[in-house]
Design a protein around this ligand. Structure first.
Ligand SMILES: [Zn+2]
Length: 305
């Protein structure tokens, strides 16, 4: 491993390295827009840390990061979630409309060339998780990662595929099913995951996390007694660690999403497992611990609060 790769690592899980390729930091929605069960008194209790990069009180907007996690084991390079992608027409999703980000440069800074990627995991098939599955080349959407197997939740593929087939004038997920998912299936690179699935013996395996979407998946990584859980959008924002019952307005099944979130927080707390979500702002990951009946969070290597 060269120095550049070491420099790009955000954290480690035993022998595994974890890097992060950012697409953007987006002030996306107010807490009341984001969480139908939002409680201002509870939210304000957390303002001292929320205002350190996770919420802007001047605009009342939550800040979210859109990034890929890059997990490297001795055997595999895995890109987890692929953001929004460049060159897309997304008139009703302005932050991603005709995007021209430096995402691929940021991926290169992680020491990753697209042809080296073995697996791409889309934790679910929303517009901000499938974009860089493909890139525009001579007017066609082609796989960005030419040798990778792309792992999709079967239930998501069926759910959004059925929706997408209904009305060609209103393609599902802002058109991302058509330009980020179907070209991968047509290229023969998609693997539909139905339930639990081992990628690397006991070290890497996928688990169902239905709720946010029907086919949501989480990736569990274990090495040398350490563990990490890549949870996608089981949580959008760190405030949900403290309030697992706050499902987002983007959740297909808010009740199931809350049950799954509670279960995942228990799993992280009880197994000393790093929590690696798709949208937390810096430092982007943390550790969950139990605090009475609820949970607390330590960002990065900090102490829980
Ligand atoms: Zn998302």
């Amino acid at each position: 491993m060269d120095g550049g790769k070491l420099m790009a690592a955000v954290t480690t899980i035993g022998d595994f390295t974890v890097s992060r390729a950012e697409e953007m930091i987006a002030p996306l929605a107010s807490p009341t827009q984001m969480f139908p069960d939002f409680d201002k008194t509870e939210f304000d209790r957390h303002l001292p840390w929320l205002t350190k990069g996770h919420y802007d009180p001047a605009t009342d907007l939550l800040k979210l990061s859109i990034h890929s996690w890059v997990l490297r084991t001795r055997h595999h390079t895995i890109v987890i979630d692929t953001c929004c992608g460049n060159d897309r027409d997304r008139p009703k999703f302005p932050i991603a409309n005709k995007l021209a980000s430096g995402y691929l440069d940021n991926l290169a800074a992680c020491g990753v060339a697209p042809q080296e990627v073995d697996f791409v995991l889309c934790t679910h098939l929303h517009v901000d998780h499938v974009g860089w599955n493909t890139k525009l080349e001579n007017g066609r959407w082609v796989p960005t990662f030419p040798k990778a197997k792309y792992l999709f939740g079967k239930a998501d593929y069926e759910f959004y595929g059925a929706d997408n087939a209904k009305d060609a004038a209103r393609p599902t997920q802002h058109g991302s099913f058509n330009d980020g998912v179907l070209p991968i299936v047509e290229a023969g690179q998609a693997v539909m995951i139905d339930g639990a699935h081992a990628i690397e013996d006991d070290a890497l395996h996928l688990e169902s996390a239905a709720g946010h979407t029907p086919g949501s998946l989480v990736l569990s990584a274990k090495s040398k007694g350490e563990a990490g859980l890549f949870v996608g959008d089981a949580l959008h924002h760190p405030i949900q660690v403290f309030n697992p019952d706050w499902s987002s307005r983007f959740c297909v099944d808010p009740v199931a999403s809350a049950v799954t979130r509670q279960r995942l927080m228990e799993q992280c707390a009880d197994t000393d497992c790093k929590l690696l979500p798709a949208h937390f702002c810096a430092p982007h990951y943390g550790k969950v611990s139990r605090k009475g009946e609820r949970f607390s969070l330590a960002f990065g290597d900090d102490v829980a609060f």
